[in-house]
Ligand binder design. Structure first.
Ligand SMILES: [Mg+2]
Length: 272
């Protein structure tokens, strides 16, 4: 069904349905995006903080054997682990290209070559982008992000040209590809892998079997998961029900994500 034709409900108005789902299967797989979902967006990625209430909820939830928790993000695993600082939950970083505790080469067969290329590209971009005020490059090992939120519009064509020039030979060799997000150009390995595939991988290998799967996310890259998990409880963080999405539900903001997670914690407690 084309996403624009669907009318989605606010999950907080349909908790009875979610509860009915939960009581059919005793296990729960809770997959969460990070930025804009459990942590409110900040002017720069370094300023983002996770609300302490969310940490408390996740801490309680991870005590249950019938619950699997994973955070899936565009950040590197190392970076998101540092911020969340919770053990005994799982992390997938770099849009699912790395999964905590799993060898990189299991997902990206030429990981060492990619890491070298990304490092060289980041160094070269850092040099040439000195002419573009406000631009900065974040080397995340398996991917890199060129951030341009602070770049004046008149400098954007120059930025695009320089990124194109530096990455061309790697793209020609089939090593990397470029994708775009909110005021960011992502430099990624040229493989068919995304957050949806990472969630599938976790379902097969490390998550709970016969479980209710829940995914909450706010961005374009989360749509890959909504498509993958189409019979699950999928929730988009969005302004209203008119948002174009493959998710079944929406909430308005990270505060409502917290309300939902608090509700979920109470239900999960009564499942066993
Ligand atoms: Mg996000």
């Amino acid at each position: 069904m084309p996403p624009e034709k669907r009318k989605i409900k606010k999950v907080l108005d349909d908790l009875d349905t979610v509860e009915a789902n939960l009581s059919k299967r005793k296990n729960v797989n809770l997959f969460l995006d990070f930025d804009g979902t459990i942590a409110p967006i900040a002017p720069t990625p370094d300023e983002v903080k996770i609300p302490p209430e969310i940490i408390t909820i996740l801490e309680k939830m991870r005590e249950y054997d019938h619950v699997f928790i994973a955070i899936i993000t565009g950040r590197s695993v190392e970076n998101v682990k540092d911020i969340v600082n919770l053990k005994n939950i799982h992390y997938a970083g770099n849009h699912g290209l790395e999964i905590s505790g799993v060898k990189r080469t299991e997902i990206v067969s030429n990981a060492a070559q990619i890491v070298r290329s990304i490092s060289k590209i980041s160094d070269d971009l850092n040099k040439v982008l000195l002419t573009v005020p406000g631009a900065w490059v974040e080397n995340k090992s398996l991917t890199a992000s060129v951030h341009y939120r602070e770049v004046p519009p008149s400098h954007i064509p120059e930025l695009n040209r320089l990124v194109g020039e530096i990455t061309a030979r790697y793209i020609d060799r089939g090593l990397i590809k470029l994708t775009r997000g909110k005021k960011v150009i992502e430099i990624r390995p040229n493989i068919k892998w995304h957050k949806g595939k990472a969630v599938n991988w976790m379902q097969k290998n490390i998550a709970k079997k016969r479980a209710t799967n829940i995914y909450i996310g706010d961005d374009e890259t989360d749509e890959d998961v909504f498509k993958t998990l189409n019979s699950s409880v999928t929730i988009k963080v969005a302004r209203d029900s008119k948002v174009k999405t493959e998710a079944h539900y929406y909430v308005n903001n990270p505060t409502e994500v917290r309300y939902f997670l608090q509700w979920l914690l109470d239900k999960v407690t009564s499942l066993k």
